[in-house]
Design a protein around this ligand. Structure first.
Ligand SMILES: [Zn+2]
Length: 563
């Protein structure tokens, strides 16, 4: 028995030595290392690095290539960036899911071109399917007046429904009007306009709520169609370096769209993190609001989340439906607010009280002011703060309202490509606003200077979701062909770095996820994109042509450019 205490004592000494002076058990090797990169981390503490290590989807080291390479074990996947620029994965803060295939009419330029694109698309459809398209603008038509005559001539007995670029008007042909039972005696619905010429004949243009007269008679899309569209769109997004999408449609919370997100989650087919919205409605009951909060709480994972409510206060400048403080420059009309001031205040306060973040589409200076007033009112009556309510598009704010964004903690959710001086902007948008309002439209620099948090998005499919095209537009305020040479109100240009922050860290802040993503530092998720060129040193006029070489979401390769 004498030897036992000695043995126990030795054992104890050994254990103490291990605990006090010995090396800790070795860290498991990373799952992946990325070396030989020029990493822009977005983290002020260590802005540049050469390499990253990833374990369990998160960054475990950011530093020098030699040090990171030495961490790799047998099973570690090694990626070499070939000296390329790496930035945090892009986060599109305002995006919509197209639920079915449709003809692409973006940049068509004329009625004839629209018809020829539709004929090509119609050839891929069954004989009974409706012909749909999207992306047209008033400048595609003579005298900026969209009319169904060319559609009737080309498609005399098949229904045609064409959504405009902004998604607030449709142009339909005579067959679609007949199927929907819309005649010259049909009255305009609330919040909608049915287009008529001077003689009272239907032009085929249906604005805002009037589009539902036709949409409601179209055959519904199937759950399978929506799911396949979601899969295709996620693949596309990853190919542009996008790792997060914020879906700005209340329709995400129910029906076939909700089913598609749930199925993607179940089948582990989520290639891009998704943040989804619930509807913002004046009719919402306490039970509805409780349901939205329950949806947020049941979707608290990293891939599919809820927590925000999407609503619309007004329409668009091109449709004269954006709500303005003063009449349009070429028409005695101030647009069409969809709420009264009191309705909006009451509704925002109810959502705010329930703990929900709100995002309101507001384009005209009057609509933007209504949103700011409603957010200020909610904070006051509910005693809430830090809700990070947002205004979407926020295209034409008054200069007096700019400081209110920072003061109220309201996020400016802007769309980089909206600053494109394209044909619709120059021939429809600018003349309708007039020079004073046009000079402060989509002026991203003004929000930055006012200290607002500004999150960039695309508003896809209104505009393409290629992030680098958006960054090019915000930085140059020119088209890819270099016009106009002096830039469109060039005083509003922002730096590449500012544009990248708006598409990364600021977009993450806009969804309460800045502690998780938006910068490349240890502990954050390994969401990043290896770019074809160094966007911080190259000539700005080529930014639109930069492509994603490799995209990683949670350390998983979601896109690899073909060699
Ligand atoms: Zn939108």
């Amino acid at each position: 028995m004498r030897r036992l205490p000695v043995a126990s004592g030795l054992l104890l000494v050994t254990l103490l030595a291990a605990a006090c002076t010995g090396a800790p058990p070795p860290e498991p090797a990373p799952d992946l290392v990325l070396v030989n990169a020029r990493v822009w981390t977005g983290d002020a503490a260590t802005p540049e690095a050469e390499a990253l290590a990833v374990r369990d989807g998160r960054l475990v080291a950011v530093g020098r290539s030699a040090d990171i390479a030495a961490m790799a074990g047998e099973a570690t996947r090694r990626l070499n960036a070939g000296g390329r620029r790496v930035v945090p994965g892009f986060n599109d803060a305002h995006w919509h899911l197209p639920t079915s295939r449709t003809a692409e009419l973006f940049d068509a330029g004329s009625e004839q071109e629209i018809v020829s694109r539709l004929q090509a698309f119609a050839a891929t459809l069954g004989p009974d399917e409706w012909i749909t398209g999207r992306g047209w603008g008033p400048s595609d038509f003579p005298n900026l007046a969209p009319h169904r005559r060319a559609l009737d001539a080309a498609f005399p007995d098949r229904p045609v429904v064409l959504t405009d670029r902004d998604g607030h008007m449709v142009l339909v042909n005579g067959t679609a009007l007949t199927r929907a039972g819309v005649t010259r005696d049909t009255a305009d619905p609330p919040n909608g306009r049915i287009g008529r010429d001077a003689a009272g004949h239907l032009t085929g243009l249906l604005q805002e709520a009037a589009s539902r007269l036709v949409r409601s008679t179209m055959p519904p899309v199937s759950a399978e169609q929506v799911y396949q569209s979601l899969r295709e769109q996620m693949r596309k997004a990853a190919s542009y370096g996008i790792t997060s999408l914020q879906v700005a449609s209340g329709s995400a919370a129910s029906g076939v769209e909700f089913e598609a997100y749930e199925r993607a989650l179940r089948e582990q087919a989520v290639d891009v993190r998704l943040r989804l919205a619930v509807p913002f409605r004046k009719e919402a009951t306490a039970a509805d609001l409780a349901g939205y909060v329950a949806l947020r709480d049941s979707h608290a994972g990293q891939l599919v989340r809820f927590g925000i409510a999407k609503g619309l206060i007004d329409g668009t400048v091109d449709g004269y439906t954006a709500a303005m403080l003063e009449p349009y420059a070429d028409r005695d009309d101030r647009g069409l607010p969809m709420f009264t001031d009191d309705e909006l205040k009451l509704t925002v306060a109810a959502y705010d009280r329930a703990g929900l973040q709100v995002q309101l589409h507001a384009i005209g200076d009057r609509a933007i002011r209504m949103a700011l007033d409603a957010y200020a009112h909610a904070a006051q009556v509910n005693g809430t703060s830090g809700r990070r309510h947002r205004i979407e598009h926020v295209e034409v704010p008054t200069l007096e309202d700019l400081p209110r964004f920072k003061a109220l903690g309201v996020i400016a959710s802007t769309q980089a490509l909206f600053a494109s001086p394209d044909a619709i902007t120059m021939t429809s948008y600018v003349p309708k606003l007039g020079p004073d309002r046009a000079s402060r439209s989509n002026a991203f620099r003004l929000f930055d200077e006012a200290g607002a948090v500004q999150a960039f998005g695309s508003d896809h499919p209104v505009f393409p979701m290629e992030v680098m095209r958006g960054i090019h537009a915000a930085v140059t305020r020119q088209l890819p062909d270099g016009t106009p040479a002096a830039g469109f109100y060039p005083e509003h240009r922002i730096s590449v770095e500012a544009a990248v922050r708006h598409f990364t860290a600021d977009a993450a802040y806009a969804s309460f996820e800045e502690a998780e993503k938006g910068v490349l530092s240890v502990g954050h998720v390994a969401d990043l994109v290896v770019l074809s060129d160094d966007i911080f040193t190259m000539p700005a006029d080529r930014l639109h042509a930069v492509t994603a070489h490799t995209t990683l979401m949670g350390g998983r390769v979601t896109w690899q450019a073909p060699q």
